[in-house]
Design a protein around this ligand. Structure first.
Ligand SMILES: Nc1ncnc2c1ncn2[C@@H]1O[C@H](COP(=O)(O)OP(=O)(O)O)[C@@H](O)[C@H]1O
Ligand SMILES: [Mg+2]
Length: 332
């Protein structure tokens, strides 16, 4: 049985269901991501699990125990927010110790645990600093240490990295993954960044408008998007509707309403048996390890991604592109 089971969870605000009968199963020690556009209900779901508000119906089971009837304190859940939410008048050490003091853990045990946790998140030497003396990334490390020191059964993370700049975010992503693996803790991470979700998760739930639009491993979702919404949301697929597809490829589309094509499988080099299309490069964007071309095909724009190797770059304006039939994902 799964470590966390959420069954037919409904949460309403002012009579309107924001979570519409959700079912989730989360494995012990896994990192599960809730991904979805702003306002789809991600924070509401986390807050329901943490007990920060009541739920209208359904059940939440953690480690074989029903917890939705318990107070937040009794649930043994830790939480980290986007805005760090540290106590400004307490030092790093005092912030981290807070949960242990609440639980009346004795002084010497508490001191050891706090030290260990501060070392684990890489903040040695900052014990006596106040939050205002730390960078955003360091403050979020404190928040992680503070949430983990009481050894919660689950750590809930609500867009913890969204306020940080790209480089710091990458460091903290690795830290999160390392903490999950070293401590064996179950994590539920909320993000609206699909790359972050793909990079960190064992399992992903994509929410849309209070419902689960798709669930699965990152690889599974990336390779088999179930709907137009998922295809557009994940991996920057080119999604062509039936009419556009038929115009672009000059061939009928049977048994599908849409076709999703990944930008990286469209090739400027001829592929045997592939469909050929002629396009015009309108814009070239350097994205680091890849180069993205905006290519106009008739009235349509598609993205084409190439690895950033000079000998592979597209230099002509008018180009011929090739896509293999089996690389096109049909969506009904
Ligand atoms: N306390 C609240 N009162 C009324 N409506 C709320 C409250 N909290 C969230 N909502 C609404 O519920 C929906 C989901 O919000 P939220 O869970 O915060 O989305 P997300 O975290 O995915 O951006 C939104 O339409 C939001 O306006
Ligand atoms: Mg939110």
């Amino acid at each position: 049985m799964s470590y966390i089971q959420i069954k037919q969870l409904v949460k309403k605000f002012n009579g309107k269901a924001v979570l519409k009968s959700l079912d989730l199963n989360i494995e012990r020690g896994s990192l599960t991501t809730l991904l979805g556009p702003s306002g789809c209900g991600k924070s509401t779901l986390l807050r329901s699990i943490a007990g920060l508000h009541s739920i209208d119906s359904g059940e939440i089971v953690l480690d074989d125990k029903r917890i939705d009837t318990l107070s937040p304190k009794e649930r043994e859940i830790g939480m980290v927010f986007q805005n760090y939410a540290l106590f400004p008048n307490m030092t790093v050490e005092e912030n981290v110790r807070f949960g242990l003091d609440m639980k009346k853990v004795n002084k010497s045990e508490s001191r050891t645990k706090v030290q260990e946790m501060i070392a684990l998140v890489g903040l040695e030497g900052k014990e006596k600093s106040f939050p205002r003396e730390l960078s955003g990334g360091q403050q979020q490390r404190v928040a992680l240490a503070r949430a983990l020191v009481t050894e919660p059964k689950v750590l809930l993370l609500d867009e913890p990295l969204s306020a940080l700049d790209a480089q710091i975010r990458k460091h903290l992503q690795s830290l999160l993954k390392r903490l999950q693996l070293e401590l064996g803790i179950t994590m539920i991470l909320v993000t609206h960044d699909q790359e972050e979700a793909m990079a960190l998760s064992d399992y992903v739930y994509i929410l849309n408008d209070g419902e689960i639009a798709q669930e699965g491993s990152p690889n599974d979702i990336y390779k088999h998007p179930k709907s137009e919404f998922i295809a557009k949301f994940i991996g920057n697929y080119n999604v062509l509707n039936k009419a556009t597809y038929e115009k672009v490829f000059n061939a009928p589309l049977v048994d599908a309403q849409y076709v999703a094509i990944r930008p990286e499988i469209i090739s400027p080099e001829p592929i045997e048996g592939a469909r050929a299309i002629v396009g015009e490069v309108m814009h070239t964007a350097m994205l680091g390890s890849i180069i993205r071309y905006d290519v106009k095909i008739g009235d349509e724009m598609i993205y084409v991604d190439r690895l950033n190797r000079t000998y592979q770059q597209i230099t002509d304006n008018k180009i011929q592109l090739y896509v293999k039939e089996e690389d096109m994902i049909k969506i009904i």
